[in-house]
Write a protein that binds this ligand. Structure first.
Ligand SMILES: [Mg+2]
Length: 231
């Protein structure tokens, strides 16, 4: 660890599958978008049910590497491509994207999260640090965070060190003064360690750690982290 637990000034927190399960809200958002398309752009809905729309996004990610890390831009590009191909008005693309984004941020927090964020935010500067496009205000946790850094705003996705460094800079701390907390062994734990930060693995499913060993601390929920930090 680059600092003892008492030395940390900031904590960067992953969102999806750390503060809430991402699967249900992402699936619901795909369904909501599809239902909206059935009503407003039926030719697009008929041609591109969610599985086909995902394939289109993947194809565009390969075609447009400069926006491949930015899931919002990628979805906008995919909608634009689909609307053009199937004769729907491009004027509707922004509204379609908004339907998805609103549903995607309608998340169900894990039960430990509100109390843990309350405790952590009392002592540390908290930064939301995500590769995804969830909105912390819509998710109901915005008041706990100083700022949100995501792959879209940083221009890089985890595990790239640059997004971790952007998050630290966002609250005026050095990487060695910050602790990153997340569920993904590669994107969160190894990425943060390589960026020179403390790294905590939130292992809710109690999975086995795999790969090479690195310095990290493991907890099964955020209250375990609070106990360790004595907040
Ligand atoms: Mg995650």
């Amino acid at each position: 660890m680059s600092a003892t637990r008492r030395d940390f000034k900031a904590i960067t927190l992953d969102l999806d599958d750390t503060l809430w399960p991402s699967g249900p809200s992402l699936a619901a958002a795909e369904d909501r978008l599809h239902a909206w398309l059935e009503e407003h752009a039926p030719a697009v809905a008929a041609a591109l049910p969610p599985p086909e729309f995902m394939l289109l996004r993947r194809a565009l990610a390969a075609e447009l590497p400069l926006i491949a890390h930015d899931f919002t831009a990628l979805r906008h590009a995919a909608l634009s491509r689909a609307f053009t191909l199937h004769g729907a008005s491009l004027a509707l693309v922004d509204a379609a994207l908004e339907v998805f984004l609103a549903a995607r941020s309608a998340v169900q927090l894990y039960p430990d999260v509100p109390a843990a964020l309350e405790r952590l935010s009392g002592r540390y500067r908290l930064v939301a640090l995500s590769n995804g496009n969830a909105d912390i205000e819509r998710a109901g946790v915005g008041r706990y965070f100083r700022t949100l850094v995501n792959a879209r705003s940083a221009g890089f996705a985890k595990p790239d060190s640059r997004i971790f460094h952007a998050a630290c800079a966002g609250v005026g701390v050095l990487p060695g003064e910050a602790l990153h907390v997340g569920d993904d062994p590669d994107f969160d734990v190894r990425g943060a360690a390589r960026a020179g930060m403390g790294a905590v693995w939130i292992n809710r499913p109690r999975a086995a750690w795999s790969g090479e060993s690195e310095a990290y601390h493991e907890f099964h929920d955020l209250l375990g982290l609070c106990e360790w930090l004595e907040v």
